[in-house]
Design a protein around this ligand. Structure first.
Ligand SMILES: CC(C)(COP(=O)(O)OP(=O)(O)OC[C@H]1O[C@@H](n2cnc3c(N)ncnc32)[C@H](O)[C@@H]1OP(=O)(O)O)[C@@H](O)C(=O)NCCC(=O)NCCS
Length: 283
């Protein structure tokens, strides 16, 4: 298949949104953009760099898309890669990745990261063959929670930066896979709840109300009991009325212990992968 790659900054936003939706509708319809407004929201949210992101054309038909974000000055992130179902298996995904990685390296990045669902064998094998290696596994958890009220905690709603200044920035990654900088990009859709115990900051929770209530980060003092963590999570508006919660946590850490205690169930697992860019890895 003859493939032409065009960076997204040279393409109409509506066209990128439309090819993105065609490519994702069979596997993850929940990520579809539904027009230019959705395109702007998603690309702003994920810090997408339009000069490192592209659409693949076969003849004049758009058939695939890669969106790459820049996290830190020297770190790129493949936020999305997908090919139209009728054009898969013909080298388009590989070409888009090679183009994106070359751009990211030209940008000065030394590392590129991504997340892929464990069951997505096709994508996993593509990433492995490009030199990506696994870094950690991240569980997706969801379920209902029950709260037994107690009087030990009180709650306020500061901004994210204020919460960090009270508790200290977390020394581990947030529950969600992106850095706090990206959490703040969510702006209007993000709420922070701060928990206090005996007048001292006890922890915070950051959540998004974009689709279902999604806990992006939960940071409580070491040794917090499940009841106390539940009290904090119960501050979610959905937890009060429809106590369904969704969150993602790295396997094996303190947060996993908490979500397990909360009675959430793990349904899927994502693998975080990373590639160190060098002269040889991308050509
Ligand atoms: C993953 C995806 C982007 C790959 O694009 P593609 O154009 O089909 O892939 P390519 O034809 O370039 O193949 C690249 C590699 O993928 C792997 N691959 C392709 N088809 C495969 C299949 N049927 N089974 C297993 N591996 C396969 C191979 O490693 C292949 O390398 P090779 O050509 O040296 O054999 C595409 O399948 C897709 O859009 N899937 C749905 C969206 C998605 O899951 N995106 C990834 C999210 S992390």
């Amino acid at each position: 298949m003859d493939i032409r790659i065009v960076q997204v900054s040279d393409i109409d936003e509506a066209e990128v949104a439309s090819v993105f939706d065609e490519c994702w509708q069979d596997t993850e319809p929940s990520v579809m953009m539904h027009g230019p407004q959705g395109y702007r929201r998603v690309t702003g949210w994920l810090d997408i760099e339009p000069k490192a992101s592209a659409v693949a054309y076969s003849e004049d038909r758009p058939v695939g898309v890669v969106l790459i974000g820049l996290r830190e000055p020297d770190r790129g992130y493949v936020a999305s890669l997908a090919v139209n179902p009728s054009f898969r298996g013909e080298g388009c995904g590989r070409r888009l990745m090679q183009w994106g990685l070359a751009r990211t390296r030209a940008w000065g990045c030394r590392k590129v990261g991504l997340h892929v669902f464990e069951e997505n064998k096709r994508a996993l094998s593509l990433y492995r063959s490009l030199g990506f290696g696994p870094v950690r596994r991240i569980g997706h958890w969801e379920g209902n929670i029950k709260c037994k009220p107690s009087n030990t905690l009180t709650f306020t709603h500061p901004g994210i930066e204020e919460a960090f200044s009270l508790t200290g920035r977390p020394d581990r990654p947030p529950l969600w896979e992106n850095e706090p900088r990206s959490l703040m990009n969510l702006k209007d859709n993000v709420v922070c709840v701060m928990a206090w115990k005996h007048g001292e900051p006890f922890g915070y929770m950051i959540y998004s109300t974009r689709s279902l209530c999604w806990v992006l980060d939960l940071n409580v003092r070491n040794g917090a009991s499940p009841e106390e963590a539940t009290e904090l999570i119960f501050q979610l508006p959905t937890a009060r009325f429809l106590p369904a919660v969704f969150t993602t946590v790295p396997e094996g850490g303190e947060n996993e212990r908490l979500v397990r205690c909360l009675g959430l169930r793990q349904d899927r697992t994502r693998v975080e992968m990373e590639l160190r860019l060098s002269q040889d890895t991308v050509s």
